[in-house]
Design a binder for this molecule. Sequence first.
Ligand code: GDP
Ligand code: IMO
Ligand code: MG
Length: 427
Amino acid sequence: MPVIAVIGAQWGDEGKGKIVDMLAEEAKVVVRFSGGDNAGHTVVNPLGRFALQLVPCGIFNPETTCIIGNGVVINPAVLINEIDELNKRGVDTSNLVISDRANLIMPYHILLDGLEDEARGAKAIGTTRKGIGPAFADKVARYGIRAGDLLDKETFLVRLRSVLDHQNLILTRVYEASPLSLDEVYQQYCQYGERLAPHIKDATVMLEEALNREELVLLEGAQGTLLDPDFGTYPYTTSSSPLAGEGCLGAGLGPTEISRILGVFKAYCTRVGTGPMPTELEDETGDLIRERAHEYGTVTGRPRRCGWFDAVAARHSKRVNGFTGTAITRLDILDTFPGLKICVGYKLDGKTIDYFPASVTALDKCQPVYEELPGWQAPTTDIREYQQLPAEAQNYITRLEELISCPANFVCVGPERSQTIQKTAIF
Ligand code: GDP
Ligand code: IMO
Ligand code: MG
């Protein structure tokens, strides 16, 4: 059986959680492979409405092992709270596995995330302030503390002491903030460790076993391609890669194991935080999309910036991920518009270009070149067969398929698990 990677194709919040929840009805393993609790993945299924930050969206299938992979940075307090909330609502989390190699978010990461973004002043990234950037920076700088470290309290103390000495120097000398107490952090993280210990394991072995049994494995992406530190709008990005390639590194499997890569796109564009967004609509159309779609961040509650579908960015996303298919979500949000625009090129310094520039200075100057398509002005939320969609809606999807050069496997017309239309088979 195959491995399917479910990847955010825009600036995040495309509806990855919804797609993973649906596909997980058949999956034996779901692995979250990047990001941290900056993610907010909404699932609406027969058990209710859930917004998951760290627990993979396969958790609602009791037959599915859900792995938080080595590529994720984990805030243990957030994870414990999420587990408790799920349990309270009758969702079993005994099949949750935490990779012993996953790095932990520590209290100083959260402090530094706020201090660093404030220090950027007008150039602030508008991070989620969850400590994500500092935690990934420490991972590569080899100052990280990993989930597996919590399993041996003595070794953990030695490690924490040396790491905290360094972090306290930065807090006090660079930011003139108060130092953190070794004893307090140690005691708190020992408690987290006791609570999470039954879940902390070497996840790669069980992943290999699932592959050997030819079971369906899902790789659950977080964030979106345009927030990737290499291929996104750097430096206005997150700090781990949301790309399909990271699906291998952040889960612990080889690149040849991935058989399908599903790019999740909204039928339009949104972005939270600062940084270029060529099709942003700072007018009443943008407001209309935001209110109709209730585009406010799942994690921070911030209003999302809204705009038309950007096919230049979409092609870039397809190119760097190698999508084999797409899921187009939130088609229903466009139900009331008389006409719809799709950005098919950018005007930059008087020339029309068809690629997504690497430089944010260039991107800031890009003016979208639009193609206009007729709207359908009819409700789609109750439709379950592709052929039943209004002709204009089918045309819109066909045009997106042409522009992205990738077939749509799914079209979504509402937040619920059942509100998904399969257009073509994934395999
Ligand atoms: P994720 O981070 O990619 O999992 O996406 P989020 O959960 O942050 O944001 C997607 C939002 O769109 C959530 O509120 C979903 O419930 C909702 N959603 C997903 N698909 C659809 C759809 O087809 N139509 C509508 N109206 N809402 C959808
Ligand atoms: P999901 O998985 C949308 C954005 C933040 C900010 C930038 C950097 O739900 O799609 P960070 O805290 O990661 O250092 O913030 O990235 N961001 C997201 N935007 N969806 C997300 O995740 C995001 N995760 C981070 O708003 O602009
Ligand atoms: Mg989200």
